[in-house]
Write a protein that binds this ligand. Structure first.
Ligand code: MLT
Length: 407
């Protein structure tokens, strides 16, 4: 008799964003004439930058000719892309990262979900609360937690991100092995300073732990004193893996391209205390289970590193950040306490009521979709997340409808 992986039975019935999608489609079915404006899932709405489209077309044409056709590429990604990433995303900011420490992939969601495979089955995991659900769920699937009780999985160490601590959690009070951090944060939009991030790097070094740093939203940082990469912090090469994505940066949510940085000097240990480079382990895993991203997609991603590409990406970011500013302003004017939206495309609103109730009310009364904070964890209860990724016109329309709701 074939048996299932029973750890899956501990998971909540469905993934947060699938659950929300089901509720929206039920609402739409019941009210076919109502317009719905989606400020829920962080999915981009602007077309790809034109430089990417041109690069895409050129690469597709290459695939059509025998002399330039390409079959399997390097599993880690083509050198043309990895070298630009290393030079421009890291070395240009003083972060010592080389091309052979970069692994191109089809998404930060997949990478943040898969990375736990290279760590021990009994590794102690620390996650912020609220948290992007992928970090916790994938560790549940791998059997590193107990059951879900009272809004939390047993055996996970939760690090509360609250209004009181500015949504930057305190260091764990116990030794842990893996620490997930995300800045600018999804869902709260909070940022971390270099000095704060240094305390995490020091903690990881003292505890022989590894930080899994999700920097998928770094392009939205407006305050140049904030770190865009954990490798801007001294010592991070020994204890941190970083995840980046072209999804929100350049509109690749449907096109799929991301990368993970695993420095050669980032170490973990075997049961006898022997040191192992995580770069080598991830390389083994990546080459066994992945064949990289298609050639045209990697060429399209490469295009954002040209001068023209940089300008077009900046226009995209400015567009969404203008939405974020308007959402912040209007929600504040309506009397809500608001965080995020200044260096991140998410606005975290204290609804002062049950998150799902607030979600239902906005959907029913305004036809606006947000994401209930409780879906990101116990500390998200009472909040909703509003995404800035829709068009400016839709954001304005949504806010007008929200203004008409009697709270
Ligand atoms: C979100 O809305 O949190 C993101 O779209 C999720 C993701 O990037 O997978």
């Amino acid at each position: 008799m074939v048996r299932i992986n029973e750890h899956y039975l501990k998971l909540q019935a469905s993934y947060l964003f699938s659950d929300i999608a089901k509720r929206i489609s039920a609402f739409q079915k019941a009210h076919p004439d109502r317009e719905i404006i989606r400020l829920g899932i962080g999915d981009v709405t602007r077309p790809l930058p034109y430089v990417c489209i041109e690069a895409f077309h050129r690469a597709v044409d290459e695939m059509a000719r025998e002399s330039t056709f390409r079959g399997y590429g390097p599993e880690q990604g083509y050198a043309f892309l990895r070298e630009k990433i290393a030079a421009q995303d890291f070395q240009a900011r003083g972060a010592d990262i080389s091309a052979d420490e970069i692994f191109v992939s089809d998404g930060a969601k997949c990478d943040t979900g898969n990375i736990q495979e290279i760590f021990a089955a009994d590794a102690k995991i620390a996650v912020p609360d609220p948290v992007y659900p992928v970090y916790a769920d994938t560790n549940v699937m791998a059997g590193r937690t107990g059951v879900f009780a009272d809004g939390r999985y047993e055996n996970l160490v939760y690090m509360d991100s609250t209004k009181e601590n500015g949504f930057v959690p305190s260091l764990p009070q116990q030794p842990v092995d893996l620490i997930y951090l995300c800045f600018p944060n999804n869902p709260t939009g909070a940022t971390i300073t270099k000095a704060q991030l240094k305390t995490w790097v020091d903690f990881a070094r003292e505890n022989k732990a590894v930080i899994l740093f999700d920097a998928a939203y770094e392009r939205f940082i407006q305050d140049d004193s904030l770190p865009r990469s954990i490798y801007e912090i001294e010592g991070a090469r020994e204890v941190a893996i970083e995840f980046r994505s072209f999804s929100k940066t350049a509109g690749f949510t449907g096109t799929r391209c991301a990368y993970t940085v695993v420095p050669e000097t980032c170490m973990a240990y075997d049961s006898s205390g022997g040191k192992h480079s995580l770069r080598n382990l991830w390389n083994r895993r990546h080459t066994t289970k992945f064949n990289s991203v298609s050639y045209p997609v990697q060429r399209a991603a490469e295009a954002i590193y040209s001068d023209e590409g940089k300008a077009q990406v900046q226009d995209l970011i400015d567009y969404y950040m203008k939405n974020a500013a308007v959402i912040r302003e209007e929600m504040t004017a309506l009397g809500f306490d608001v965080a995020g939206g200044e260096n991140a495309p998410y606005i975290w609103v204290d609804g002062k009521t049950d998150s799902w109730k607030f979600f239902d009310m906005l959907l029913e009364k305004a036809g606006v979709v947000c994401t209930p904070g409780a879906g990101f964890g116990k500390c998200g209860e009472g909040f909703i997340r509003i995404s800035a990724f829709n068009t400016f016109e839709n954001v304005r329309k949504a806010l007008k409808k929200i203004r008409e709701v009697k709270f």
